[in-house]
Design a protein around this ligand. Structure first.
Ligand SMILES: Nc1ncnc2c1ncn2[C@@H]1O[C@H](COP(=O)(O)OP(=O)(O)OP(=O)(O)O)[C@@H](O)[C@H]1O
Length: 268
């Protein structure tokens, strides 16, 4: 097990741009608001965005006293490590598989996580070799799959679920993002990307629809400014969805702890 961390939760999506990083940041803050000690590891090598979402100044980097380990950056009460801390933001990241998983392991294991209940990993989008290796390298307690409701995203989300099953990581459920759009002018709501997709996929794979989030201008605007919705409006409808998802994950992990009992493990 990664030192200093109780539960590792991977947040993944089969397809890019569905809001995986947005969900990770808000979920982490919702979990922290429930009194949990929370960390975020931004492993999205193609577009690490957590530092921006947590409003970390670009010159702030994790400190290392011994040249071997790093102290994560603390922002909004959350311990944060990111691939972006290792490389220049403007450098295009062309990673080969072994390089990416090496850097990922280094970030995970050489970080001095301070007594975390939950560490959320913002995974790179997709289900290729890099994602598979990452999922295998870490003792992930559960995975959350983020999808939008349209067919193409759902197809990719299915691949995501199958990937985690292949490496024996329990899929905790699906978060359907950008479900319904409510016009900020007239208040009319419509399902731009279709309806019922998250529900269908959850049923098909005997997992849970953890929550549905609207497609809302405010979510995008708040995020771009480095202030996720859960921080800006902690009692609002979006924050409530995240609070429920956090609750569900916690009770799932509590159950797991109760049923697993004492175990003996051997390692070399
Ligand atoms: N529910 C939402 N309503 C409106 N905008 C959203 C919503 N969710 C995410 N966005 C916006 O969509 C864009 C993509 O979101 P985000 O970066 O979280 O996606 P991602 O799946 O992590 O993408 P990537 O593939 O780059 O990792 C961002 O500008 C974000 O603010």
């Amino acid at each position: 097990m990664t030192e200093g961390v109780k539960h590792i939760i991977a947040v993944a999506s089969g397809k890019g741009g569905v809001g995986k990083s947005t969900v990770t940041a808000n979920l982490a803050l919702a979990m922290a608001a429930q009194g949990m000690r929370v960390g975020v590891l931004d492993a999205d090598i193609y577009g690490p965005s957590q530092a921006q979402m947590f409003d970390v100044p670009s010159d702030q980097k994790p400190k290392s006293d011994d040249g071997q380990t790093f102290d994560p950056v603390t922002a909004k009460g959350v311990q944060l490590m990111s691939m972006a801390f290792l490389v220049d933001q403007k450098t295009p990241m062309i990673w080969r598989g072994p390089m990416a998983s090496g850097a990922f392991q280094q970030l995970l294991n050489q970080s001095r996580w301070d007594n975390l209940d939950y560490l959320f990993i913002d995974m790179p989008p997709g289900t290729g070799d890099i994602q598979l290796t990452m999922a295998q390298k870490v003792e992930v307690s559960g995975a959350v799959i983020v999808t939008t409701p349209q067919d193409i995203a759902l197809l990719d989300a299915k691949r995501g679920i199958e990937m985690f099953r292949q490496v024996k990581v329990p899929v905790l459920g699906v978060v359907e993002n950008m479900s319904l759009h409510t016009c900020s002018q007239c208040g009319h709501s419509e399902p731009i990307f279709g309806e019922g997709g998250g529900e269908r996929i959850a049923k098909e794979y005997q997992t849970e629809l953890l929550g549905q989030l609207p497609l809302a201008l405010s979510i995008r605007e708040q995020m771009d400014k480095g202030h996720p919705s859960v921080e800006v409006d902690p009692e609002g409808p979006v924050a409530q969805v995240f609070a429920k998802i956090a609750q569900k994950i916690r009770s799932e992990m509590d159950n797991k702890e109760e049923t697993s009992g004492p175990s003996i493990s051997f390692s070399d």
